[in-house]
Design a protein around this ligand. Structure first.
Ligand SMILES: Nc1ncnc2c1ncn2[C@@H]1O[C@H](COP(=O)(O)OP(=O)(O)O)[C@@H](O)[C@H]1O
Ligand SMILES: [Mg+2]
Length: 297
């Protein structure tokens, strides 16, 4: 193939315009096209795990989340997508008060988990984070043994009275994370010596060891190779039987593979929420369409 040829052909073969080069990235539509607080599609649910209303998040004077309302249904997998900097991580971190540690960050609006205020000042944040666990972009195992990484949460939450109970929790969590067979003979080995993909599955095992109700994942596969990514995606599908999962991803293919609903964010607005299939085949909002067809991002 002649890479010098300036004529770009579309990968799909559809809608090829012969005399034009590929659409320019970073061509971001004006914010004026967005109406604050308006989300097209199906942002609400009959059986919400999270009920989020008129959420705004500020970093100092700057408003990173602009009046977002959304329900996250019990046992659904919802994907958050959108251009970098549009507020996906910020919004995700509101769900277990991970933003509390950022001094200049202020969260406004109503955020409920099972009809109880997440931001109630009397709420025990450690307990909240056990119920709403989090997996980060970069696997961050503790510099301890594989066993101790998984046993850490159950120990601090007093979930096991006897060594054999703790052993069971560790084994079950590693099994659910699809890691047991790979590590059962070296539970005393240091976790930081594992491969990246194994470390990420270990972090998932550590999160589920405290029996959370919700797992938040912020680009959990962006540091992984395709094989490790496939394993984590398989795991998400299995976990979705018992947990509510919110996943931020920059990969639209990943969102399409793992999620039931997809939420499209843009410049701090929640533009569209719909069944994932609909978002990727017939999006309702023209900005969603621009994003998924690669006109900006
Ligand atoms: N700790 C922080 N302090 C100040 N501004 C922040 C902080 N984290 C994020 N922001 C700003 O908030 C906006 C949303 O960021 P973020 O939630 O990280 O977006 P995304 O995850 O979609 O890439 C960006 O403008 C970003 O610069
Ligand atoms: Mg982010």
């Amino acid at each position: 193939m002649n890479t010098m040829n300036p004529t770009v052909t579309s990968e799909t073969g559809a809608g090829v315009v012969e005399d034009k080069v590929a659409p320019v990235k970073e061509e971001r539509p004006a914010e004026a096209e967005l109406e604050e607080g308006v989300t097209v599609g199906t942002p609400y649910s009959d059986d919400p795990k999270f009920k989020l209303r008129n959420v705004e998040v500020f970093y100092g004077e700057s408003r990173a989340i602009k009046n977002i309302s959304l329900d996250i249904a019990r046992n659904e997998v919802i994907a958050f997508i959108g251009p970098s900097g549009c507020g996906k991580s910020t919004f995700l971190r509101c769900l277990n008060r991970m933003n509390d540690s950022i001094d200049i960050c202020k969260v406004k609006g109503s955020l409920q988990l099972d009809d109880n205020d997440i931001y109630d000042p009397s709420r025990d944040v450690v307990e909240l984070r056990a119920r709403v666990g989090m997996v980060f972009q970069k696997p961050n195992p503790f510099p301890k043994s594989i066993y101790d990484n998984v046993a850490y949460g159950p120990r601090i939450h007093g979930l096991a009275n006897r060594k054999s109970d703790l052993d069971d929790i560790v084994e079950n969590s590693l099994r659910k994370a699809g890691l047991w067979n790979e590590v059962k003979d070296r539970l005393d080995a240091t976790a930081t010596g594992m491969s990246g993909g194994q470390q990420q599955r270990l972090c998932i095992a550590r999160t589920i060891a405290v029996s959370p109700e919700v797992v938040l994942m912020d680009e959990p596969c962006s540091a992984l190779d395709p094989i490790a990514t496939a394993k984590v995606e398989e795991l998400i599908a299995e976990l979705s039987e018992s947990y509510t999962i919110v996943i931020v991803t920059h990969s639209m293919q990943q969102a399409a593979r793992v999620s039931h609903r997809t939420a499209y964010f843009h410049l701090g607005h929640l533009v569209e929420v719909n069944e994932t299939n609909k978002v990727f085949t017939s999006p309702e909002h023209n900005m969603t369409e621009s994003y998924i067809t690669g006109r900006f991002g």
